[in-house]
Design a protein around this ligand. Structure first.
Ligand SMILES: Cc1cc2nc3c(=O)[nH]c(=O)nc-3n(C[C@H](O)[C@H](O)[C@H](O)COP(=O)(O)OP(=O)(O)OC[C@H]3O[C@@H](n4cnc5c(N)ncnc54)[C@H](O)[C@@H]3O)c2cc1C
Ligand code: FES
Length: 333
C-alpha cells in the first residue's frame, strides 16, 4: 500500500483512460466473498475514467515486499468505472495474497499495472463453453459478463467446493435464455460434466477454462477425447505443476559476451538475475509471459512454459527464462 504517495506524482501526458503503466488506484470497497477470498474494488483516486479491457484480462498488483502478482479482472471490460479483482488467500504462507488480505484498507492506495490481456475471447465464435474451477472463476466471470452484455450465448460449468463458491450468485444472475449454468461440486461430477458438455457443443464453439492444474488436465483430456481441435480449446493457468530440476547448461549474454553456468535446480531467470542481468518477471512458473527473452542461437531448447504457442516454440526465437532450459543458449539481452 502506498497511502502517503500522491496520485499526482503519476500523472502522465496521456488521457487517463489509456493509462496502463504502474500507477496508484484507490481501494473503494472490500468484500469477503468466502473465508479465504477477498473481493477488491479499485478506482482512480480523482474519479477519472479507467482503461477498458478485453474479457479475461488481469491487473499486475503490488503485493508487498517488492512482489507483483497478477489478478484477473471480473468485469466485462467495457467503459469500467472501477477495476474488480478477487484474491484467494493461500494458506500457511507469507506471500502476496496474504499481504493483500491483511494490509488493504478502504481509502488506501494500491499500485497496479495493466490491464493486460492474455486470455481473450475469439471474436467470431458461435458459442462459448466457459469452465471455471475454484478461484479460476474470476476470468470466466469476466467472459460471461461480456457475452451477456453482447447477448451472445454461453454454457458455463462452475466446479467448486461447497462453502467456497465465490461469485456463484453473479453467475446465477447471468444465467437465463442465452446463458446456461451447470454446477459441479466433486471431481467426479466435474469430469462427467466436462465429458458431456464438450461432446454436445454446437459447431463453432470455443472453450475457455481456468482452474487448478488437475481440473485443467481433465479439461484438456476430455476435449482431446471429444475430438476438439487445439485452436478451439483455450485455458489460463494461475499456477503451474511442479517441474524437475533440469540439467545444467551454459548461457551467453549477447550484449556483454558474459558466459554463465546455470546449475541443475536453478532457473535461467535466477541465473541471469544473480549475474546482474535485468530481466522482468512475475509468476516464476511459466504462466504469465513476463520473463520472455529473445534467443539468438541455441543447440537445443526445452520449453517448459504455458505461454508460447506451438508455432512460437517451433520458431525458437524466444523463451520464458523462469522455467525453460536448453543447451548452449545465446540470449539477445
Ligand atoms: C494471469 C493470472 C491471473 C491470476 N488471477 C488470479 C485471481 O483472479 N485470483 C487469485 O487469487 N489468484 C490469481 N492468480 C494467482 C496470483 O497471481 C498469485 O500467484 C497467488 O495469489 C499466490 O501468490 P502469493 O504471493 O500469495 O504466493 P506465492 O508465494 O507466489 O506462491 C506460493 C505457492 O503457492 C502456489 N500457488 C499460487 N497460486 C495458487 C493457487 N491459486 N492455488 C494453489 N496454489 C497456488 C505457487 O505455485 C507457490 O508454490 C493469477 C495468476 C496469473 C498468472
Ligand atoms: S515470470 Fe511468468 S512466465 Fe516467467
Amino acid at each position: 500500500m502506498t497511502q502517503t504517495r500522491r496520485a499526482e506524482e503519476y500523472v502522465g501526458h496521456q488521457h487517463p483512460a489509456y493509462a496502463l503503466a504502474r500507477r496508484p488506484l484507490e481501494v473503494v470497497a472490500l468484500e469477503r466473498l468466502t473465508d479465504r477470498i477477498l473481493h477488491v474494488v479499485l478506482a482512480d483516486p480523482a474519479g477519472k475514467p479507467l482503461a477498458g479491457y478485453e474479457p479475461g484480462s488481469h491487473l499486475v498488483v503490488d503485493a508487498g515486499q517488492g512482489r507483483r502478482n497478477a489478478y484477473s479482472l471480473t468485469g466485462d471490460g467495457l467503459n469500467p468505472r472501477s477495476y474488480e479483482i478477487s484474491v484467494l488467500r493461500l494458506p500457511d504462507g507469507d506471500g502476496g495474497s496474504v499481504w493483500l488480505h491483511e494490509k488493504l484498507t478502504v481509502g488506501g492506495l494500491l499500485d497496479v499495472e495493466g490491464p493486460r490481456s492474455m486470455f481473450p475471447p475469439v471474436h467470431d465464435q458461435q458459442h462459448s463453453l466457459l469452465v471455471a474451477g475454484g478461484i479460476g472463476v474470476t476470468p470466466v466471470l469476466s467472459h460471461a459478463r461480456a457475452l451477456k452484455r453482447a447477448r451472445r450465448s454461453a454454457t458455463i460449468l462452475y466446479s467448486y467446493r461447497p462453502g467456497h463458491q465465490a461469485h456463484l450468485e453473479d453467475l446465477l444472475t447471468l444465467a437465463g435464455q442465452e446463458i446456461r449454468l451447470v454446477e459441479a461440486t466433486t471431481a467426479d461430477d466435474t469430469r462427467a460434466a466436462l465429458d458431456a458438455l464438450l461432446s454436445e457443443q454446437p459447431f463453432g464453439t470455443h472453450a475457455y477454462a481456468c482452474g487448478p492444474p488437475a481440473m485443467l488436465e481433465a479439461y484438456e483430456e476430455a476435449a482431446r477425447q471429444a475430438g476438439w481441435p487445439a485452436g478451439r480449446v483455450h485455458l489460463e493457468r494461475f499456477v503451474a505443476p511442479d517441474l524437475d530440476p533440469g540439467d545444467p547448461f551454459t548461457v551467453t549474454v549477447a550484449s556483454t559476451g558474459q558466459s554463465l553456468e546455470i546449475p541443475s535446480g536453478v532457473s535461467l531467470l535466477d541465473g541471469l538475475l544473480q549475474a546482474g542481468v535485468r530481466v522482468n518477471y512475475l509468476c516464476k512458473q511459466g504462466v504469465c509471459g513476463e520473463c520472455r527473452i529473445p534467443v539468438r542461437t541455441a543447440k537445443s531448447l526445452q520449453h517448459r512454459d504455458f505461454v508460447l504457442t506451438a508455432a512460437e516454440r517451433e520458431a525458437a526465437a524466444d523463451l520464458m527464462a523462469c522455467v525453460s532450459r536448453g543447451r548452449d543458449i545465446e540470449v539477445g539481452l
